[in-house]
Ligand binder design. Sequence first.
Ligand code: GDP
Ligand code: MG
Length: 441
Amino acid sequence: MFDALSEKLQATLSDVRGHGTLTEDDIKKAMREIRLALLEADVNFKVVKEFTATVRERSTGADVIGQLNPGQQVVKIVNEELAALMGGASAGISFSPRPPTVVLMAGLQGSGKTTATAKLARHLASEHGSSVAVAACDVYRPAAVDQLVKVAGQAGATVYEKGTDADPVEIARWALDQAKMDGKDVLIVDTAGRLHVDASLMDELVKIRGAVKPHTILLVVDAMTGQDAVNVAQQFGEAVAFDGVVMTKMDGDARGGAALSVKAVTGKPILFSSTGEKLDQFERFHPDRVAQRILGMGDVLSFIEKAEQQFDSDQAKELERKLRKNEFTLEDFLAQLKQIRKMGPLTTLLGMIPGFAGQQLKGLKVDEKEMDRIEAIILSMTPQERRRPELIKGSRRLRIAKGSGVSVQQVNQLVKQFAQMRKMMKSLGSGRMPDMQQLMK
Ligand SMILES: Nc1nc2c(ncn2[C@@H]2O[C@H](COP(=O)(O)OP(=O)(O)O)[C@@H](O)[C@H]2O)c(=O)[nH]1
Ligand SMILES: [Mg+2]
């Protein structure tokens, strides 16, 4: 999949990559080609618009950084934004501290729920060593229970079923009790779909959800249905909030529009992808790897990464020297701020650190607007003022405030905080960065 998109993006970017400088026209042309490629891949048009706007904004003014030319930076930006579009860092299902962890599978008829239930069971058993049971709650089609018994059996999972005469909500509740008694780590609840999202489907799901209190609700959607899959996901999300998507039949989808749009439209990432009917054709979805595969520039991207690391470590050494000698200026501070922001929203970054679950991060919001303001204030200073903030007095303050659209008090505050920070760093006498959170209070 992604073949056509991949080919077009690669052509555009290898064109751009050779450029030592990029004019506005070069960028415009590249963005036009990227927009077309994404639209042809059946990506939601609003998503395309936002994507190209972000890439354009980040690419404009791309400068030579270290060994990287502007064209290479555009490649890097497209790569990063593609990954971000699909959800950034890869996420898995969340396990309950008190087993069994319950996973509820939802989706339309034929989307691949039953198959994905068995595949997920197999995946969790082999990757996490979990003992897995599945519950057969699709009682509307006689063959549905048999199908689950067969595939889940192949996957080595225990199947809890009561045929097709029992009530699905009762089956779910009973299966949870069984799973507890049997000491299962995970219970995956397979449910019935409908041809369309309708009230009775949602009603049943809500009841099953109430009965088993799932830790994760996975929405199974068929990639081959393109934007329909995205619309279905949106409708589902409005009725029954889900945590992540299982994108199935990726093997039959040449374009990739659903995979590229669903996160942006629903806010929920793809957690797993299914690429065939066989049990092992199922894997965790890694947006960054998929983005790299689409761009097909493994070597270029790893060169870019290395050049950047080199640049970062050169910068870090210089910074350390300055800190030791107390030569750290507002200009350096601005460069640091930019460096950090370049890596993406701070909360996302923190979220990638192992051990930081999404929950714990909620109280820890870094105010991006505040960072914008600090940047604006520093940018409104003359280079001399940035180097010697003690010059900033009287009319200079007013000029800076006006230039950056803030109050004189806010300029004062920044200058004061910076002075404190410098003092603090001097006493530390090491290359350690001060606590940004403290600084921004
Ligand atoms: N090619 C392909 N077929 C799939 C994939 N996932 C499911 N299927 C097939 O799609 C059909 C419907 O799947 P099923 O699990 O019964 O869907 P459900 O109605 O949502 O439970 C079956 O024939 C599956 O073998 C996939 O990733 N690739
Ligand atoms: Mg089924």
